[in-house]
Ligand binder design. Structure first.
Ligand code: UTP
Length: 272
């Protein structure tokens, strides 16, 4: 299985800090946020991660590039050296692709298509600014649900309060045997409360059939003038089964100062 981590966004909600430091590199414990996400992908059985970055966010590429000088500097610092080795091991599984213009999440995902030609398994997409804290990693559970359902596409869902439905892609669907899994029948990007078919929002994790690339090529700019991944998923579910999985973990958005603080508090009490 392959994964894509879109991490090329401008991160304006975190300006000015994100002018120079990509939000995806903000530390959560001793690791940057994106390292937790790469680890989640690998735990789910991914053998290669493609990070979508931008020319302004070259630090992301640098973080995942081995720099032998550090091994000299850390000769007598066993703990730091072990942590460095961990990152360098991850780096071997990572490739980068650039999104030159920030035309939206769907466009970012599409940039990885040339590296995934011929892929026929669903592709895991993990947003670079969304951490999910959960006893079993969210991506592992999604991969399992896909396997149990003949390789179906799966999107991660989160229940959101009424006042937030207009910020998300909201799904309609039919419950399956597993009460946390729906077969999606429709999807509306950022609906008003009256239009919203449910309170279930697409949130941060996706496992999508590679057909999504063809659909993205034909997706025009939608909400906010951006090429939306959810618009392409709407088309995908007209063609093949797409499931929604209401994951039990809690998602943290490190892309704004308040969300970042909450992430630090949550992770301080758990893994980091
Ligand atoms: P966001 O919706 O948080 O957008 O992207 P953003 O542009 O990064 O941040 P704000 O809204 O200006 O504060 C969710 C994920 O998708 C990536 C981001 O890097 C983030 O990890 N993304 C978004 C891209 O890679 N390219 C885009 O054009 C937009």
């Amino acid at each position: 299985m392959k994964a894509i981590i879109p991490a090329a966004g401008h991160g304006t909600r975190f300006f000015p800090a994100s002018k120079v430091i990509p939000k995806e590199l903000l530390p959560v414990g001793r690791k940057p946020a994106i390292q937790w996400i790469v680890e989640e992908a690998l735990e789910a059985g991914v053998d290669e991660v493609i990070i979508v970055t931008s020319p302004e966010k070259s630090l992301l590429r640098r973080y995942f590039t081995e720099e032998p000088i550090w091994y000299e500097r850390l000769q007598n610092k066993a703990e730091a050296k072990a942590a460095l080795e961990e990152v360098d091991l991850l780096s071997k599984r990572i490739r980068f692709v650039e999104q030159a213009e920030q035309l939206g999440l769907g466009h970012a995902v599409l940039q990885a298509a040339p590296l995934l030609k011929g892929e026929d398994e669903p592709i895991l997409i993990l947003l670079g600014d969304a951490l999910v804290l959960s006893s079993t990693p969210c991506a592992c559970e999604m991969a399992e649900i896909s396997r149990e359902n003949n390789g179906a596409s799966v999107v991660g869902l989160e229940q959101v309060p009424d006042e937030k439905v207009s910020r998300y892609g909201i799904v309609a669907g039919k419950k399956l045997e597993n009460p946390n899994v729906l077969k999606l029948t429709g999807l509306i990007e950022k609906p008003s409360l009256e239009e919203a078919p449910s309170n279930l929002a697409i949130a941060g994790r996706y496992l999508l059939h590679p057909r999504i690339f063809k659909l993205l090529e034909n997706t025009h700019a939608g909400h906010g003038g951006e090429i939306q991944l959810t618009d392409a998923i709407s088309s995908l579910l007209q063609e093949i089964p797409v499931l929604g999985f209401q994951y039990p973990g809690k998602r943290y958005d490190i892309g704004n100062p308040q969300g970042y603080l909450e992430t630090l508090n949550a992770f301080a009490g758990s893994k980091s």
